[in-house]
Ligand binder design. Structure first.
Ligand code: NAG
Ligand code: NAG
Ligand code: NAG
Ligand code: NAG
Length: 503
């Protein structure tokens, strides 16, 4: 089984471990996001981890290296790890910097996660498997344990060891969505301020460009996830992305396409937050509103530079309650978590989704994964494995799969179809109580009576006379089988698909 999987994967990989990865080389990848402190420890005595304590739990880069089989076993071929640079040490009013986002030194790694050799070993291990590394970076600000003058900039903040590199602390961003406030005030609060780098100064800009260039080169990084992007003006970013020289995807937390749009012009991609809000709304309870979600995806297809194909498509991350915190309906979860794999962007799965983790708001959504014992037989683990395999097969089958924008077909009150040739996904938010959902897709684009394979069950179906599909969820939707991504032309591989998925 392993051999078959790697056969499918290896035919698609053109990875060089010495060349940085361009946006185009990221097209078709599937990303697994993890928090280093919470993903894995390298020795065999996993420590307890109470998220509420806000303390380090002991995960390391060596731990990640040790569990790459677990990640690759689901079919992911890129790993996004939390920030690596040296963070504020000690306990603050908001706990310890276990997550890595309280950076103080751009030139040094955080010793809590391991040594330089440990990180290089992880990246080499990924490259040896034909996988990519994506590093999370914070560019907008640094983090201090107190306000100046209690906090002395000189002893910290390499290479910005002087207060003059920062904007004066006049105001706090405090959740505002007004650009003027976001881009001129400080994040944080007086007990844990995040001094705002003054990117209106040319010397600050140059140091930031140089620093990201050096980091990418030194560690052979393939891609960057960029934190708090909206807090820096758009004209800063093209030069930064160019200095990085690798695929850079920005976090712009907003549910508004118009707000996010300008950053799609200056970065290779953005996290698809607007769709995240609408799709969660549609699926967080049975029969939620589908049309606003559909409208949002279409709005982005029209409005974003690069279309959608370099967006990061996700259901969970470290900043929002997990989906299964909101509902325990597995039919909803399985359906909603399918969407990123048939969306135009890059699917991103947040560690723990595959184990059915259900933590709420921060810090509850940052559970230690070792407490799950890394069970590969969990339903969601198996689900992601099938979805990744199906997406790879579709991309291998048709070059257009990754570059053709998806189309919504047959949008009904509790069901819809997503066409991304050669794949047709039939999804429903009817939930686990409903029976016999029917999808009638007259214009699915298949040929007359074409043989189709349900990539989740391996059942064989036939398109009808006019190349459309009529499908009915088998019995109750309380089972996984109410998901029906279909694919044409896979009949001849049905045998191998069967082998691939029956373990
Ligand atoms: C942020 O806003 C909240 C609610 O308006 C307010 O109570 C708090 O004092 C503000 N914090 C700062 C640092 O301005
Ligand atoms: C988007 O954000 C606005 C403002 O916070 C809010 O009123 C609205 O309900 C949000 N819409 C969705 C779909 O999340
Ligand atoms: C069905 O969904 C409800 C929530 O709507 C949940 O409480 C229940 O556990 C679910 N049952 C199954 C079998 O998934
Ligand atoms: C959801 O998160 C909250 C904490 O924010 C927690 O108390 C609750 O138990 C969680 N629900 C589930 C189902 O895990």
């Amino acid at each position: 089984m392993k051999n078959l999987l790697s056969l499918v994967l290896s035919s698609l990989l053109m990875v060089s471990s010495t060349l940085a990865a361009t946006p185009d080389e990221w097209r078709g990848k599937a990303i697994y996001q993890l928090i280093t402190d919470r993903f894995a420890v390298a020795d065999n005595s996993p420590p307890p981890c109470d998220t509420l304590q806000l303390r380090r739990c002991g995960g390391t880069w060596k731990g990640v290296t040790k569990y790459l089989d677990y990640i690759q076993g689901m079919g992911f071929d890129a790993v996004w790890i939390s920030p690596i640079q040296a963070n504020l040490d000690g306990v603050t009013t908001k706990g310890e910097a276990y997550h890595g986002y309280w950076v103080q030194d751009l030139g040094r790694l955080d010793p809590h996660f391991g040594t330089e050799d440990d990180l290089k070993e992880l990246i080499k291990a990924l490259h040896d498997r034909g996988m990519y590394i994506m590093i999370d970076v914070v560019v907008n600000h640094m983090t201090a344990p107190a306000m100046p003058p209690q906090f002395d900039f000189k002893n910290f903040f390499h290479p910005f060891s002087d207060q003059s590199y920062f904007r004066p602390p006049k105001c706090w961003t405090n959740g505002s969505m007004e650009l003027d406030i976001l881009q001129n005030c400080w994040l944080g609060d007086p007990t844990l301020p995040m001094p705002d780098l003054d990117t209106d100064q040319q010397r600050v800009v140059e140091l930031l460009y140089q620093s990201i260039h050096d980091l990418v080169q030194k560690f052979d990084i393939d891609g960057l996830r960029v934190d708090t992007v909206k807090y820096i003006k758009t004209d800063f970013w093209p030069g930064w992305v160019k200095s990085a020289g690798v695929y850079s995807i920005g976090e712009i937390f907003s549910n508004d396409t118009t707000f996010v749009q300008p950053w799609t012009e200056v970065m290779d991609g953005v996290m698809d937050y607007p769709t995240f809000f609408y799709i969660r709304q549609a699926f967080e309870k049975a029969e939620g509103p589908i049309q606003p979600f559909v409208d949002e995806v279409l709005r982005e297809q029209k409005g974003y530079k690069n279309g959608l194909s370099l967006l990061g498509s996700f259901l969970e991350n470290h900043n929002n309650p997990r989906f299964m915190n909101v509902t325990q309906d597995m039919a909803l979860a399985a359906n909603v978590m399918t969407f990123p794999f048939v969306h135009d962007g890059t699917p991103i799965v947040y560690y723990g989704q595959e184990q059915g983790y259900s933590g709420g708001e921060e810090p509850f959504n940052r559970e230690a994964l070792w407490l799950s014992a890394y069970q590969v037989e969990k339903p969601m683990y198996q689900h992601f494995k099938k979805l990744n395999a199906a997406r790879k097969a579709a991309a291998a089958w048709s070059k257009e799969f990754l570059s053709t924008p998806l189309k919504f077909l047959s949008v009904e009150r509790t069901s819809f179809a997503v066409l991304k040739p050669p794949m047709l996904a039939l999804l429903t938010n009817a939930g686990n109580h409903s029976y016999g959902i029917t999808w009638t897709v007259p214009d699915a684009g298949f040929s007359t009576n074409e043989v189709l394979v349900d990539v989740l069950t391996c059942n064989i179906f036939k398109a009808n006379e006019d190349g459309g599909v009529v499908a009915r969820s088998a019995g109750a939707c309380r089972r996984w089988s109410c998901l029906h991504p279909w694919s044409p032309k896979l009949a001849s591989c049905a045998q191998s698909w069967r082998k691939l998925w029956r373990m």
